[in-house]
Design a protein around this ligand. Structure first.
Ligand SMILES: Cc1ncc(COP(=O)(O)O)c(C=O)c1O
Length: 397
């Protein structure tokens, strides 16, 4: 069997046709360029789904990983040892966040951060009802799946968590369903898998007010839209609101697996009692992953990469017009090009990959292709990718 056959046989698959049947076997990745085993280069327009915000294999991340892995990697389950990389990172991050977001609970993934936040909300409020929004994606584990805003992806796995309501996104009237029975509302300030849809300012403001009035925990999921991707370090900075809990992962680790839920010391302290060890895990805040996260945040802040996100948006909007495109939704370097047609979209994405540009579509929006390159992509690389895309669009039409 060749490697493609071995991949399909021995690595568990999540669809019948990964990457629409194009075989991509990468040997190395650097910045925004992936190189396959035959030496063919691809420009990365999706950053491994908003992970490689500072580019692949950033030298500062590599050196942080090397340095930390020579000292120690795993010492003890999360929360017991006073580990310098964790303390340094949590302190640095809390300085970049509003005062009430100053306690960081480290996880190994985004879904796990969601799970921790939902439990925290139930523990703090003593309530059970959870509210989310249509076309929201918060992960695939049972709790995260329970608050997913799409029935097709949920129905085969029921029963899920009881007492979940899914409301219409950006509908202020729908917020009347939040009551004093509600433990938490979880929302992406910019929905990712819905096909990049930004919350209205008024909607998030009303949501914040409602949650404050009814003592409901407001959770912002910035797992996809955080870490500079949308023009500010975190997307919530673009609204006049601060959540009670902030969720991060993906771009946090510069390519290594790490996530976190962040809240105030008083809310977070409820996980220490009744029961003690209310939320525990083995690998959260792994020293090497946190060292990579530290290097990543330093690069984003020092190089002000969140400002580059806006330049990427402008470059795309200025250089991409085509009769096949029905709508472009760009919020910084998080974007969707919508063709209003799934067949066209899949043909375009397949054509792009075959011609050396990596993109994909959205879980709940199969008519649009994703544009979320590393924030370090050069103008030349981005313009080359857009030229390729335009040639593919001509060929498809
Ligand atoms: C907004 C959002 N929340 C949560 C998750 C789940 O994160 P993970 O895949 O790391 O579990 C994702 C992943 O795509 C996401 O985009």
């Amino acid at each position: 069997m060749n490697q493609r056959e071995l991949f399909l046989r021995h690595v568990a698959q999540t669809s019948d046709l990964p990457l629409l049947g194009v075989d991509v076997n990468i040997q190395s990745a650097n910045g925004s360029i992936l190189k396959d085993v035959n030496g063919k280069e691809y420009i990365d327009l999706i950053s491994g789904i908003s992970v490689s915000n500072i580019g692949h294999c950033h030298p500062k991340v590599i050196s942080a990983i090397n340095e930390q892995s020579q000292k120690y990697m795993h010492l003890m389950v999360y929360g017991e040892f006073n580990q310098s990389p964790q303390v340094k990172y949590a302190t640095a991050l809390s300085k970049l966040l509003p005062e009430q977001l100053s306690t960081v609970y480290f996880t190994t993934s985004g879904s796990e951060a969601v799970e921790g936040a939902l439990k925290l909300a139930k523990r703090v409020t003593g309530r059970t009802e959870l509210i989310s929004f249509r076309n929201a994606y918060h992960g695939s584990s049972h709790g995260a799946l329970s608050v997913m805003g799409d029935e097709y992806f949920k129905s085969s796995f029921r029963p899920l968590l009881p007492d979940v309501k899914v409301l219409e996104f950006n509908n202020i009237k729908a917020l009347e369903s939040i009551t004093s029975r509600t433990a938490a509302v979880i929302v992406e300030p910019i929905q990712g898998e819905a096909g990049i849809r930004k919350a209205n300012h008024e909607f998030l403001k009303t949501l914040r007010e409602k949650c404050t009035e009814l003592c409901v925990i407001l959770i912002f999921d910035e797992i996809q839209c955080g870490f500079g991707r949308t023009g500010t370090l975190f997307a919530f900075e673009q609204f006049d609101v601060v959540p009670d809990v902030l969720l991060i992962a993906k771009g946090m680790g510069g390519g290594l697996p790490i996530g976190a839920f962040i809240s105030s010391p008083s809310l977070m302290s409820t996980l220490t009692n009744n029961p003690v060890l209310g939320h525990i895990n083995t690998f959260g805040g792994n020293a090497v992953c946190v060292a990579a996260a530290q290097a990543t945040i330093e690069v984003i802040v020092e190089e002000k990469l969140f400002l580059r996100a806006k330049e990427i948006e402008d470059l795309v909007l200025k250089n991409l017009q085509h009769p096949l495109i029905k709508e472009i939704r760009m919020h910084g370097a998080l974007g969707a090009i919508d063709f209003g047609n799934e067949t066209v979209n899949f043909k375009v994405i397949k054509g792009c990959i075959e011609n050396g540009v990596i993109s994909d579509w959205f879980l709940f929006c199969s008519t649009a292709m994703r544009i979320a390159p590393p924030l370090t992509i050069t103008d030349k690389e981005l313009l080359t990718a857009l030229e390729t895309l335009k040639k593919v669009l001509d060929a498809v039409s």
